[in-house]
Design a binder for this molecule. Structure first.
Ligand code: GAR
Length: 202
């Protein structure tokens, strides 16, 4: 039986699309059963609609406190009975209720080689620092900002003359492949977390 993925998004949704495309093949081992966002009107939601995948939007603005927003997001995800939640360009930090429900089975993809350059400007920060190699990281979500145990990473060269956009586009090519491969292995082989070490497989 395929694993149930809920994917949370905030933007363009190219990583989401890569997961939707991969899941077309039964052998992938996972289905995207719902797509959730923190804002309406984004391209990622259009991609979900186009693929006939149910969506939900839980915006911080329509909740009195961040805690209430987190509870609503948790409940919206829970309704789809996910085996794994994937934050694919989801630009909000999840909080205690969410982690209580889904801790250890929620992964995020980040456009830098963690622990370098966490946060919302990972690409720009790496470029400003002058690194020659950057990349992307799939990590287990914890209560910090991109601090969770690392599941997989891929490196990407920085080219002379890169700006944030060109570098991010190159990273996103690697990122889509890494995310699809990593999520696929996780759902097919299982995973365990021992301190900071993540192991995929029995
Ligand atoms: C991805 O590069 C992802 O790593 C990044 O947003 C992009 C989303 O692209 N996420 C973060 O920076 C989170 N801190 P997409 O919407 O096309 O998948």
């Amino acid at each position: 039986m395929s694993a149930r993925l809920v994917v949370l998004v905030s933007g363009e949704g190219t990583n989401l699309q890569a997961l939707i495309d991969a899941a077309q093949d039964e052998a992938y081992g996972a289905d995207v059963v719902a797509v959730g966002s923190d804002r309406p009107g984004i391209k990622a939601l259009d991609r979900a609609h186009h693929a006939n995948i149910p969506t939900f939007t839980v915006s911080t603005k329509s909740h009195e406190t961040r805690h209430k927003w987190d509870e609503a997001l948790t409940e919206a995800c829970r309704q789809h009975e996910p085996d794994l939640i994937v934050l694919a360009g989801f630009m909000k930090l999840v909080g205690e209720p969410f982690l209580k429900a889904f801790g250890g089975r929620c992964v995020n993809t980040h456009p830098a080689l963690l622990p370098s350059f966490p946060g919302t400007h990972g690409v720009r920060d790496a470029l400003d620092h002058g690194v020659k190699v950057t990349g992307c990281t799939v990590l287990i979500v914890d209560d910090g900002v991109d601090t969770g145990p690392i599941v997989a990473q891929a490196s990407v060269p920085v080219h002379d003359g890169d700006d944030e956009e060109t570098l991010h586009e190159r990273i996103k090519v690697a990122e889509r492949g890494l995310l699809v491969a990593t999520v696929g292995r996780m759902v097919r082989e299982g995973w365990s977390v021992d301190g900071r070490k993540v192991r995929i497989g029995p």
